[in-house]
Design a protein around this ligand. Structure first.
Ligand SMILES: Cc1ncc(COP(=O)(O)O)c(C=O)c1O
Length: 310
């Protein structure tokens, strides 16, 4: 299956989309990206690109923070993505990666007086975490990047060194994922996911001021919990030990969907299995990402494969 890219304002095979080795973003992380899922519905023979408009609105936040000019509207970006997906000819779940970056081939630390560029690539990407079995985690010895260092409100490439350090530390310790704390010791999030706990029948998740990325899955879960299960979510500081004592914990993210957390720092969470609220949310989430719940039409953007050859 040839992967395709939208690069230098045209569609081309991925193998032809190349950047120079002096590209500013490669040296300094001066870029921002999105991760969007195109979920393949084999019954309807179509993709449901989930909350694509919200992903593109968020990439504009990253661009604003990094002073990157992205010369497209959200609607144009959606249309380009749809066309790229149609050309790619996939009949399976895909991962769509738009990335806006400082493209000047020059050395020097700054954001100003540099050229910008943008690409979108579509590829396959299995779930990041095992959502059926659940995951085992540790609290990372790395702290989550603070807004005073690199703003977490956009998916800024440089920030992901922080996530990668934490993820590899967890993996080297035989675990699936890391939970990062803020500088002052509150729970922030996973390496690439937001975190929720269930306590006293309520959902609790760290607030934006604890350096979380404002996840689109996080928002989806909050809306589904309220509308479908009558459960409110409280956004507040969370202490590390609260996680240990929670009835349930789970991660949310585009790459990992809703991933139940079975164990943190060698302590089982709740029963040590997948909790009831988590399982209900997983079921509701599995429906909406395929566009199957008619209550949320704004979340769905549909595309069909055409298998166009370039
Ligand atoms: C650091 C971080 N936190 C949380 C998330 C979850 O965000 P979303 O649900 O929008 O994918 C992601 C993934 O994009 C992420 O990279």
């Amino acid at each position: 299956m040839p992967d395709y890219a939208f690069f230098h304002k045209q569609f081309m095979p991925l193998s032809e989309a190349k950047i120079g080795i002096l590209t500013h973003a490669l040296h300094y992380g001066t870029a921002c990206f999105e991760g969007i899922r195109g979920n393949w519905d084999s019954e309807q023979e179509r993709f449901c690109i989930f909350r694509i408009q919200d992903h593109y609105k968020r990439i504009f936040n990253g661009c604003h923070l990094l002073k990157i000019n992205l010369p497209y509207s959200v609607d144009e970006l959606c249309q380009l993505t749809k066309e790229l997906l149609e050309r790619s000819g996939y009949h399976e779940d895909v991962y769509i990666r738009p990335l806006a970056y400082k493209s000047s081939e020059t050395v020097g630390l700054r954001l100003h007086n540099l050229e910008d560029d943008f690409f979108i690539v579509v590829t396959t990407f299995p779930s990041f975490l095992d959502i059926e079995k659940g995951v085992r985690c540790c609290t990372s010895s790395w702290r989550r990047m603070d807004d005073t260092m690199i703003p977490p409100r956009g998916k800024i490439c440089g920030v992901y060194v922080n996530s990668s350090l934490a993820k590899t530390e967890a993996w080297e310790n035989g675990l699936d994922e890391a939970i990062l704390l803020t500088q002052d010791g509150h729970v922030s999030e996973g390496s690439g996911e937001n975190i929720f706990l269930v306590s006293g029948g309520k959902l609790i998740t760290p607030p934006p001021s604890d350096n979380v990325l404002l996840g689109i899955t996080r928002d989806t879960v909050m809306q589904l919990a309220k509308n479908e299960l009558g459960i409110d979510t409280i956004e507040r500081h969370v202490d590390r030990s609260e996680l240990y004592l929670a009835e349930e914990c789970f991660f949310t993210g585009t790459a990992s969907n809703i991933a139940p957390i079975l164990e943190i720092d060698h302590r089982p969470i709740g029963t040590g299995g997948i909790g009831k609220v988590t399982a209900k949310l997983q079921k509701l989430f599995a429906e909406v990402i395929l566009g199957r719940n008619p209550k949320y039409p704004d979340w769905y953007y549909l595309a069909s494969p055409k298998a166009v050859t370039a």
